[in-house]
Write a protein that binds this ligand. Structure first.
Ligand SMILES: NC(=O)c1ccc[n+]([C@@H]2O[C@H](COP(=O)([O-])OP(=O)(O)OC[C@H]3O[C@@H](n4cnc5c(N)ncnc54)[C@H](OP(=O)(O)O)[C@@H]3O)[C@@H](O)[C@H]2O)c1
Length: 298
């Protein structure tokens, strides 16, 4: 069997089109959806991520504010900037780029963002709502994975899903969403991590495997059931034949011989994460301004 490729770039394009239409109607209603990104320090990868987010906003008609704070500044400068954006009626989404310098307490920053403007969906109030089954903002990567599963025609109801990785930004919220009693949930989910015994036995028993680990090519074809759907969240830079290249947490070549459908890296989950930030931002604009936004991401 050679797996169908789940094309994240194409799905992300469709999501962006929907966001652009929504941004246009918001604009017609007098609301200019606005995202503020906050970058503290000058980590090159973070600089790249922030500038991509700014570009993505421009492409779909979302205003972007680019707030920069010196990496040596006291943490209070970051909290003050976040408080100012929380209070600014023209700003609808606030995103603080991680990782942050050592003097900043990551948890405190996450809690500092107004939950209604928390387009990352990491605030405890928003994670709590997600667990209760009435999510306000679903974190962008899990939301992107859910949309890819829907596009691949996966009926999650009753499906056995293995999520490898239990991070707060990917594995845990995704597992929670997939077990939620609704049309994009109702799966039976096993969450695996570094202390899981016999990972291969677990993944081999799954209809769907999502790898969010950060270990290059950890999941290979021998660990999959014939016809399984495989979603690779991993982004790992490795040296191959003297060149730097990106690989996922799945060994793509062996996995695609066994899987029924698979996401590539790059071009799978990555573009979906970016697109879902735009979805959360126009939804935030609607929420903050009290305007109905009928944009369902999944
Ligand atoms: N495509 C995207 O848009 C996107 C977005 C976010 C992240 N990512 C990528 O996704 C990957 C995961 O990111 P993350 O932030 O979730 O990572 P993370 O916070 O480092 O969490 C990694 C998880 O994998 C588990 N793990 C590590 N080694 C393992 C092993 N050998 N067997 C089984 N489980 C293992 C860890 O277990 P413990 O809990 O026991 O330590 C942990 O739960 C990274 O490659 C990251 O770059 C991509």
């Amino acid at each position: 069997m050679t797996a169908d490729i789940i094309d994240g770039d194409a799905v992300a394009d469709a999501v962006r089109d929907d966001v652009a239409t929504t941004a246009e109607s918001l604009s017609a209603a007098g609301v200019e959806p606005t995202l503020a990104t906050v970058l503290m320090g000058s980590d090159p990868a973070s600089e790249t991520y922030v500038s991509l987010k700014q570009d993505d906003c421009a492409e779909v008609g979302i205003e972007a504010r680019d707030v920069r704070i010196d990496g040596d500044a006291p943490a209070s400068e970051l909290y003050d900037a976040v408080a100012e954006l929380n209070d600014d009626p023209d700003v609808h989404g606030v995103l603080v780029q991680q990782p942050l310098p050592d003097q900043v307490d990551d948890d405190e920053v996450v809690r500092a963002v107004d939950p209604r403007k928390d387009v990352d969906g990491f605030h405890p109030e928003n994670l709590g709502r997600l667990v209760r089954g009435n999510a306000r903002y679903v974190p962008c990567t899990p939301l992107g994975v859910q949309r890819l599963l829907a596009e691949a025609g996966v009926d999650t109801a009753g499906a056995d899903v293995v999520v490898v990785g239990r991070s707060t930004i990917v594995g845990k919220p995704l597992a929670t969403r997939l077990t939620t009693k609704n049309d994009s949930g109702n799966a039976t989910v096993t969450v695996c991590h570094s202390r899981t015994d016999d990972l291969a036995a677990k993944t081999r028993a799954a209809d769907v495997v999502v790898a969010a680990v950060g270990v290059p090519e950890l999941v290979d074809g021998s660990m999959l059931a014939e016809g399984a759907v495989v979603v690779d969240v991993g982004i790992n830079r490795v040296e191959r034949d003297g060149e730097s290249t990106l690989v996922g947490d799945v060994d793509y070549e062996s996995a695609r011989e066994v899987a029924g459908a698979i996401t590539p890296v790059p071009g799978g989950v990555g573009p979906m994460t970016r697109a879902m930030l735009l979805v959360n931002t126009v939804r935030a604009a609607g929420l903050v301004e009290g305007v109905d936004v009928a944009l369902e991401a999944v």
